[in-house]
Design a protein around this ligand. Structure first.
Ligand code: NAD
Ligand code: DAU
Length: 356
């Protein structure tokens, strides 16, 4: 085995943050397998100087490609981010979610199993398949329910979360049935640089700057636990290095906020940073729109296991992480322009027309 990790979906939001963080202190190699869907942007990774990084364009569903890569590159781990990740898109069109999240994870597992089975025994003990998943697999909490723990029964409510739940179950089964050394992480909502502006925080930042309405679904009281993306990446590195094989780890910030609080905080930051924007104060732009079908009311994570076993704790507070994020979007107009071209505009027109 080589001292190299295969990252899937490394041109997306969390994957690119993970690769940038990995290459900063580590000297080991990264091969990034990404299909470059609308959500994948190689410009996220253009600051990389290291000769330890390589990109391979391709689809995780393509078993021939995955087999060839594993045989040729001999990675010591697979860190699996690649997915369709946007709940609203899964409601409009679930097919790609089943294809990539379920069939794609299955393809990776099958090829990983074949590769791992043929390794010498000492390497087999070291190999890891780390599956990156979400808190949404656990369903929705009431206002006073305890947070999700690793033993909370799965109850996914959207085609996205159902596809992620299915992939989590496959990963689990490959450990129990075949002994594949897997690890699963279930994380809460991430925010930070390079997040595609279809998601709440970047969408609201960009709309507010342009004087466009800020479309809040339903009553705006749905609660999420917001984690700065670099803290998520640090957690994944800890799980990869020291997580117990076959285990799952919940990751979150213990930072529950409802959507109106999030949008209000963004508006307040922008009032200070962009006093000459078309509409100030920015919160005048808040518009309540039709709710997301099946909209989960509240997510919250019990993170005691990863804190206790791996001594992981988030380093960023919500206030500091949000300010960094807002400033990042304001300072990266070229990136924003490059990702908000044709297909993005079509999505926005179609989706937000149906929200009214
Ligand atoms: P993203 O949508 O920003 O990026 C997904 C990446 O996967 C893109 O680069 C895309 O090109 C690639 N991809 C999609 N289909 C592919 C395929 N068939 N073959 C190869 N590459 C493909 O997603 P993200 O927000 O970075 O999420 C990454 C992972 O983390 C996902 O598995 C998601 O379920 C999980 N997750 C996300 C969050 C969050 O808040 N964003 C929270 C918890 C877990
Ligand atoms: O919880 C982890 C999940 O977080 C990840 O698994 C998903 O990949 C990721 O997309 C995210 O899912 P959410 O549905 O929670 O994120 P999103 O940014 O789409 O929405 C956050 C909240 O904001 C949610 O309650 C819906 C609401 N919302 C979203 C948009 C895009 C609005 O009110 N208006 C909007 O325009």
């Amino acid at each position: 085995m080589e001292d190299l990790i295969l990252v899937t979906g490394g041109a997306g939001f969390i994957g690119s943050n993970f690769i940038l963080q990995w290459l900063a202190p580590e000297s080991t190699g990264v091969l990034n397998l990404d299909k470059l869907t609308y959500a994948g942007n190689l410009s996220n990774l253009e600051s990389i100087q290291s000769n330890q990084y390589r990109f391979e364009g391709g689809d995780i569903v393509d078993r021939g490609l995955v087999c060839a890569l594993l045989t040729r590159e001999k990675p010591r781990a697979i860190v699996h981010f690649a997915a369709e990740s946007h709940v609203d898109r899964s409601i409009h069109g679930p097919d790609d979610f089943i294809r990539t999240n379920v069939n794609g994870t299955f393809s990776l597992l099958e090829e990983a199993r074949a590769y791992w089975s043929a390794l010498p025994e000492s390497d087999r003990a070291l190999f890891r398949f780390l599956h990156v998943s979400t808190d949404e697999v656990y369903g929705s909490l009431g206002p006073s329910d305890p947070p999700f723990s690793e033993t909370t029964p799965y109850a996914p409510n959207s085609p996205y979360s159902a596809s992620k739940a299915a992939s989590d179950h496959l990963v689990r089964a490959y450990h129990h049935t075949y002994g594949l050394p897997v690890l699963t992480t279930n994380c809460s909502n991430n925010y930070g640089p390079f997040q595609f502006p279809e998601k709440l925080i970047p969408l609201m930042i960009l709309n507010a700057c342009q004087g466009k309405s800020l479309p809040v679904y339903g009553d705006g009281k749905n609660v999420r636990d917001w984690l700065y993306v670099e803290d998520h990446c640090r957690a994944i590195r800890k799980v990869l290095a020291r997580g117990r094989v076959g285990e799952t780890y919940n990751i979150g910030a213990r930072s529950e906020k409802n959507n109106l609080e999030i949008v209000g905080a963004i508006c307040q930051l922008l009032d200070g940073l962009r006093p000459a924007d078309p509409v100030v104060p920015h919160n005048q732009l808040i518009t309540f729109v039709k709710d997301r079908p099946g909209h989960d009311r509240r997510y919250a994570m019990d993170t005691r296991k990863i804190e206790r076993e791996l001594d992981w704790h988030p380093q960023e507070s919500f206030a500091s992480g949000l300010e960094k994020t807002v400033r990042w979007y304001l300072e990266h107009e070229d990136w924003v322009r490059s990702v908000t071209s044709g297909s993005y505009r079509q999505w926005m027109a179609k989706h937000y027309a149906s929200e009214r």
